[in-house]
Design a protein. Structure first.
Length: 230
């Protein structure tokens, strides 16, 4: 993955109020840390940072030039987003050096098509790998081509680029191929719903029965029974 050059400004305001003012100015609050150095608070241009993440993913390598003369390489370690606005709230950036090995989470994409009448369950969509900080892949691939129901894809089955090593458990399940349910099975899982017309008829019948059994209203005489003279 090629590095993206991005400018930054030192940040002197902290706390929620300072972060809000930074974001209103079109910047993203961020902090640089690692290699035993004191954390450095900076602000990144929001549009440029968002464009780089959309293109390169969450493991995009940045060559950051701070206005105070600082020049560093860094990888996003944690990105906080606003779930409603889909904007970036804050970024933690890990300082790295060329040739340094880092362990990161990389997205896994499934390729190909499994056998007919099957469903795919994606158990883990990222894998932990170790790679050169300047050569972290933007994604990994695992083939499900022609796999039959009952087959499982593990971390060991994922294709790794040259120089990338698996850091996760090789037996970690990535995806499982299961049999697709039949129409009869799907129908059996549907809840039974009584038709509205039948409910209305039942309610009307109950009301009629209740009316027939109701006693005479207070103050009214019940109908006299017919008497027969001897």
């Amino acid at each position: 993955m090629s590095e993206v050059k991005i400018s930054a400004e030192p940040r002197t305001e902290f706390g929620k109020g300072g972060a809000r003012r930074t974001r209103r100015a079109g910047m993203v609050p961020a902090v640089l840390y690692g290699h035993g150095e004191k954390p450095k608070h900076i602000a990144l241009p929001a549009r440029e940072f968002a464009a780089a993440i959309r293109k390169g993913g969450a493991n995009q390598l940045f060559a950051i030039e701070v206005s105070d003369g600082t020049q560093v390489l860094a990888l996003p370690k944690a990105i906080q987003r606003d779930p409603i606005k889909d904007s970036f709230e804050h970024v933690d950036l890990l300082l790295v050096r060329r040739g340094e090995k880092v362990t990161v989470e990389v997205p896994v994409q499934l390729t190909g098509e499994a056998a007919k009448d099957t469903l795919i369950v994606h158990d883990h969509d990222t894998l932990s790998v170790t790679a050169d900080a300047t050569k972290v892949p933007d994604h990994l691939e695992a083939s499900i081509e022609g796999l039959e129901a009952g087959t499982q894809v593990t971390a060991a089955d994922v294709e790794l680029p040259s120089g990338v090593e698996l850091a996760a458990d090789p037996e970690l399940p990535v995806a499982a191929v299961t049999a697709a349910p039949t129409a009869e099975q799907l129908e059996a899982t549907l809840p039974e719903v009584e038709a509205p017309a039948e409910e209305a008829e039942a309610e009307a019948g109950e009301e009629t029965a209740e009316g027939a059994e109701a006693p005479a209203a207070e103050g009214e005489e019940a109908p006299a029974e017919a008497k027969t003279e001897a």
